[in-house]
Write a protein that binds this ligand. Structure first.
Ligand SMILES: Cc1cc2nc3c(=O)[nH]c(=O)nc-3n(C[C@H](O)[C@H](O)[C@H](O)COP(=O)(O)OP(=O)(O)OC[C@H]3O[C@@H](n4cnc5c(N)ncnc54)[C@H](O)[C@@H]3O)c2cc1C
Length: 554
């Protein structure tokens, strides 16, 4: 099934001429989950996103699918249990994109080097296992000093007593978003990126009856009619709500919190598992996670008041992270020059009103707001719990539709729906990759990359390569990405700009080498999308500016 600029055109035609049961604003993971849930309950569904899908917070997370060990400290047991159950659901419905992964907490003789008393950490891990119950991946265990050093040879051996190992999930956030959206579109949802909501339409009773939209690519304004509208715009929630309702100070509970991540090479920081490293002078830790052949380190957690569209990562923030990492991996001695790329994301936290409370202590539970004019808004929550959050949001929309229009809908069935190319058994991935590598003359790393990124849709990529041998070419000498992924992103994943391909369909921009292949990507996209020379150079200029600002330290 294509999901391309033609699909976008058809979706826009539908939005201009048809009436929808549900219109979803925002194409992050929350909006994507809502679209899939709504359309598979039999509701006529549309979704719009003002930039690209996942361009907001949903491409900038730590990429963990987890219950959140840390939330146990705040006695948020229900939240942790919910996350652990959803972790199991995602391992089932998106097995190509979500994989179990070991996380390690070092234990030192000197109590000041430990995150907390080792007995308390152990008790937390017992509870984590207990809360996961039958959904657990594997029980936590203690490992010796020697084993800990084997897992991370640069770890400071002085006073090291051993470590605790537990399991959580690791994912690729923006690919998860795009795979959920592709599924929603395959079930009939009308979906378009680069369409911004600029206002609401109301009926004679003052109830929301649709929206005013703006196509950011053609500069065209148009209206859509919808019986129910769900606002899934994350940190932009209040900007959108205030287009339909005047918000009082009590309503403005959104408290954006900024977190940055750094990417360093796997040679500079040698870890085979994820590590939890205590921050210096703060009661929190940084995750150090092997990811896509590099190491992803993060994150900070600070109140944020700046531009929501373009948060950037600063050298001062990076130094703070590197100081902690170097204290535990002293032979690595990472410097700012080791940071291959860096980016910032904004958590859409829902504040209790207590501004003395640090953002780290604010609950990650989602909130659903139902305004008097019928607008439903969802925010808070986590990538991990998007499916459940979407189910709850659509439940409310269904109730609204029943009361106002007598419309009924089926119960949610997203626990049974495989996401995107997820009809693949994780234990078979290695074997299939071996076969592909052999039969298609591809490096094993490329075959594995294709299977983990696209699941069963790897077949489409192979078809593209069989049709055009040049698409087998690697995009970069040292990465598993191939040229076919650019064509695939345009034809099957609605990529419209260079950043869509390099940042969110593939993750090349986050891994630092985007400028080395950007001309090749532009040429391939120009061929697919019919860009002339001027459009192509405009695209290149746009990408270069965005890349420098959003993926490099300032
Ligand atoms: C640093 C950091 C690390 C994190 N790590 C994890 C983790 O490891 N695991 C985990 O489970 N969770 C994690 N989270 C939380 C998780 O990433 C977020 O909860 C989730 O991505 C929020 O998704 P969303 O769809 O609600 O928001 P977003 O992804 O921000 O999507 C909202 C979308 O709405 C669009 N929009 C805004 N206004 C309009 C408009 N007027 N018209 C149309 N579209 C509009 C925006 O462009 C945006 O794309 C992390 C968050 C941060 C910041």
């Amino acid at each position: 099934m294509n999901f391309s600029w033609q699909t976008r055109k058809e979706s826009l035609r539908q939005m201009k001429t048809e009436t929808f049961d549900v219109l979803i604003i925002g194409g992050g993971i929350t909006g994507a989950g809502l679209a899939l849930d709504a359309v598979t309950r039999g509701l006529k569904t549309a979704l719009i996103e003002k930039r690209d899908f996942a361009a907001g917070t949903s491409s900038r997370s730590t990429k963990l699918i987890h219950g959140g060990l840390r939330y146990l400290e705040h006695y948020d047991f229900a939240l942790v249990r919910e996350g652990l159950r959803e972790r199991a659901e995602l391992l089932k419905i998106a097995p190509h994109l979500v994989e179990p992964f070991p996380f390690v907490i070092p234990i030192y003789q000197d109590s000041r080097r430990n995150y907390d008393h080792p007995l308390l950490v152990r008790a937390g891990l017992f509870l984590y296992d207990l809360l996961a119950g039958k959904y657990n991946i594997q029980r936590h265990r203690r490992v010796s000093r020697e084993e800990a050093l084997e897992l991370a040879p640069q770890l400071d051996p002085r006073g090291l007593k051993g470590a605790l190992v537990y399991y959580d999930g690791r994912t690729n956030d923006s690919r998860l978003v795009i795979e959920v959206l592709k599924s929603a579109n395959a079930h009939g949802a009308a979906i378009a990126n680069y369409v911004c909501l600029s206002g609401f339409r109301k009926d004679a009773q003052g109830q929301i009856a649709g929206a005013h939209l703006h196509d950011e690519l053609t500069d065209e304004a148009f209206d859509v009619t919808a019986h129910s509208v769900i606002n899934a715009t994350g940190v932009w929630m209040n900007e959108v709500r205030s287009l339909s309702t005047s918000l009082s100070d009590d309503d403005k509970q959104l408290r954006p919190s900024k977190g940055i991540h750094l990417i360093v090479s796997a040679e500079r920081l040698q870890v085979t598992t994820a590590w939890l490293i205590p921050a210096i002078g703060e009661k929190r830790f940084y995750f150090v996670v092997p990811w896509e052949g590099y190491v992803n380190i993060g994150t900070t957690d600070t109140d944020y008041q700046g531009s929501k569209d373009t948060p950037g990562a600063f050298e001062s923030e990076a130094k703070q992270i590197l100081q902690a990492i170097n204290a535990y991996f002293p032979t690595a001695q990472l410097e700012l020059s080791d940071v291959i790329s860096a980016w910032a994301g904004l958590r859409p936290l829902i504040s209790s009103g207590n501004t003395n409370q640090s953002t780290t202590a604010v609950s990650r539970k989602e909130e659903i707001f139902a305004d008097e004019d019928g607008l439903i808004s969802l925010a808070g929550g986590k990538l991990t719990t998007y499916r459940l959050m979407a189910e709850r949001g659509v439940d409310l929309a269904v109730e609204q539709l029943r009361q106002r229009f007598g419309k009924t809908a089926n119960p949610s069935r997203t626990t049974e729906l495989v996401v995107g190319g997820g009809l693949i058994k994780p234990r078979e991935i290695e074997d299939i990759a071996q076969q592909i590598a052999q039969s298609e003359h591809l490096p094993l790393a490329t075959a594995l990359h294709l299977l983990h990124s696209y699941g069963t849709d790897y077949e489409r990529l192979l078809d593209l390569m069989r049709e055009d041998e040049s698409l087998r070419e690697p995009l970069l000498p040292s990465s598993p990405n191939v040229a076919a992924e650019v064509v695939y992103a345009v034809r099957y994943e609605l990529a419209m700009t260079i950043a869509d391909v390099l940042t969110r369909r593939t993750r090349i921009a986050m891994l630092g080498s985007a400028m080395d292949c950007v001309h090749n990507v532009a040429a391939l996209m120009a061929r697919e999308l019919g860009w002339d020379a001027q459009q192509r150079s405009q695209q290149l200029a746009n990408f270069s500016a965005e890349y420098q600002h959003e993926y490099k330290l300032s």
